[in-house]
Structures are given as C-alpha cells and as structure tokens.
Design a protein around this ligand. Structure first.
Ligand code: F6P
Length: 323
C-alpha cells in the first residue's frame, strides 16, 4: 500500500492536545516526503470539501494551544451511506489515500466506514472523558483533570471559610473516569459515578457524617454528569441533613486551556505512530496505550471492548472517605 497524501481531521468533542497531535501528523508526514491535508469540521469537511493543505507553517505555534485548529463537528450526514459516498469521492478527487482521524468512539466508527470504502485509516483517541475501551490514555484527559482539580481547589478555599458543602459536577458523558480521578486528586468527601449504583444515604449522607465525626466542617461532593445533576444532589443533601450546599457545574471550562506536558508529549507520539502505521501498510487501526506502552488495535475489535473504572480506584476512594 502506497501512502502519498494523508488527510487529518478532528471529530467529536474537542480535547486539549488535539493540535499537538495534528502538528505531529503533519511534521511526520513531511519528514517522510508525504503531503498532508487538514480536513476541517470533522467528517463534514470530507463531505463538503472543506480541506486545506498543511505545511510546517500552518502547525507551528500550535503545540501549546487548546481546542483544534481544524475545528470539529459530530457529522450527522456522514452517518448515512450517501454522506459516506460523498466523502469517498472527495478523497478520490483530491488523491487522499489515507485518513488519520483524531477523536472518540464516534470518530472511530466514521473511520471504519471509510475503511470499508477502501480508504486507509488510522485513528488516535482524544477525549477528556477517557472512556475509550481500547486504551488507558486518551488525549485531553490529563489537561481536563488538572483543570477540574484546579477549579475544585479554589472552591475548597471558600467552602472551608464558610464551613459549607460543595457539590461539583464534572463532565464525562456516561462515564465516571474523569470524576473518579478528580475526586481522588481533590480529596473529595464522596464521588458519584454512573458505573456504581448509588445508595444516597450510604454514598453521600453517611460520608458527610463520617467526615463531620472526624472534625471536618466543609465537604466536597464530586458528581459525574452521567450519575445525576449536581443541583438534584444538592437539594437531596439539603433535605436530609442540616447543610445548604452550593452547586458548581464545571462544564466546558474542562475542555479548554493549554494542554499539559503529558497531553502534548503523548499526542506528539501518537501522531507520529499513526503515520508510521500507515507507512508500514496497516489500516483500520487505532493507536492506543496498554500497560504503559504504545501499541495499536483493529477498529472493529476496539469497538467491541468494554472499559471499567479500576477497582483499585474504587477501593482507594472508599478508604479515603472513611467508610
Ligand atoms: O465527550 C466529551 C464531552 O465533553 C462530554 O464530557 C460531554 O458530555 C459532552 O462532550 C458535551 O458535548 P457538547 O460540547 O456537545 O455539549
């Protein structure tokens, strides 16, 4: 399989480090004498031909920037065969033999569709949710976690002064990986995640009582958005115990900002590996991390996999919260 012209796109929710990854794809491609094109607005760009040639200059000074210079979208049109045919004709028209798609599960499904139409594809996991089953790490998680930790540390100062309870809602869609990690890092009183059935009395009220018994006068409850709304949890706390909690929904603030060193370096390595995989004749693959090393996995296999919150994180959290 010969690789002459690579298209790169970002799709789904953006994640800090996507730019570092695009930069790495472009630089690695150019290093090997391969042309590189940026497809804008996710798969929509392939359908409408919203494509720009990328060189060293387009990607310089982007490694430190959050968001994605290629813009992103969740393309509805690409979900049907008509949209996919249009995208494939764009690839043929421009001579794009290979596509590198950066994003989450939806992005991988899109790439798999392209692969069935004969385009070489390699994907790179990027989502702050870190919910992609085939990989321990996805680009953006580290920065988003650090942003949430920083915000919650600030909240703690004022909760401590006023001896209050704070209920903080963390992103993650249907997954609690971000909330659990952040909860461990901020020393939360309780963490609620969708993967664990919630007994409100046991998981929230008893934890607050245990903290109070140990001399604490302020409490930090971290809720994954998939486990319920912070406002509802706060109301239930108010109804159950003599506290008047304050609610903070961190929202999209978690998706922005300068990528951390870890996100920049991993994104750079993953971008490099994606191009190397194409050069090695591989297609329909996802670059991922497993047991501390980089590897790759077939897209179809990856989409069958399941990911669970580490039982160690759950056990440690239980020990840290005293029950
Ligand atoms: O998948 C990333 C994510 O930020 C989720 O955590 C969140 O539920 C969702 O995207 C929000 O999507 P949107 O930006 O479309 O509101």
């Amino acid at each position: 399989m010969s690789v002459k012209r690579i298209g790169v796109l970002t799709s789904g929710g953006d994640a800090p480090g996507m730019n570092a990854c695009v930069r790495s794809v472009v630089r690695t491609a150019l290093y090997h004498g391969i042309e590189c094109y940026g497809i804008r607005r996710g798969y929509n760009g392939l359908i409408t031909g919203d494509i720009i040639k990328l060189d060293e200059k387009n990607v310089s000074h982007t490694i430190n920037r959050g968001g994605t210079i290629l813009y992103t979208a969740r393309s509805k049109e690409f979900l049907n065969e008509e949209g996919q045919k249009k995208a494939v004709s764009t690839c043929k028209f421009l001579g794009l033999d290979s596509i590198i798609a950066i994003g989450g599960d939806g992005t991988f499904r899109g790439a798999r569709a392209l692969s069935k139409w004969g385009i070489n594809v390699v994907c790179i996991p990027a989502t702050i949710d870190n919910d992609i089953s085939c990989t321990n790490y996805s680009i953006g998680f580290d920065t988003a976690a650090n942003t949430a930790i920083d915000c919650i540390d600030k909240l703690r100062d004022t909760m401590q002064s006023h001896e209050r309870c704070s209920v903080v809602e963390v992103m993650g869609r249907n997954a609690g990986f971000l909330a659990m990690y952040v909860g461990l890092a901020v020393g939360a009183t309780a963490v609620l995640v969708p993967e664990k059935e919630i007994d409100f009395e046991r998981d929230v009220i008893e934890k607050i009582r245990a903290a109070r018994f140990n001399g604490f006068t302020h409490y930090m409850i971290v809720v994954a958005e998939g486990a319920g709304s912070a406002a509802d949890i706060a109301n239930k706390i108010k109804d159950s115990i003599d506290l008047d909690p304050r609610v903070t929904v961190l929202g999209h603030i978690q998706r922005g900002g300068t990528p951390s060193g870890r996100d920049r370096v991993n994104a750079t390595k993953m971008g490099y590996l994606a191009v190397e995989l194409l050069l090695a004749g591989k297609t329909n693959r996802i670059v991922c991390t497993k047991a501390g090393t980089f590897t790759d996995v077939d897209i179809d296999e990856a989409l069958q996999m399941q990911k669970h919150i580490q039982s160690m994180e759950v056990d440690v959290m239980a020990a840290m919260t005293g029950i």
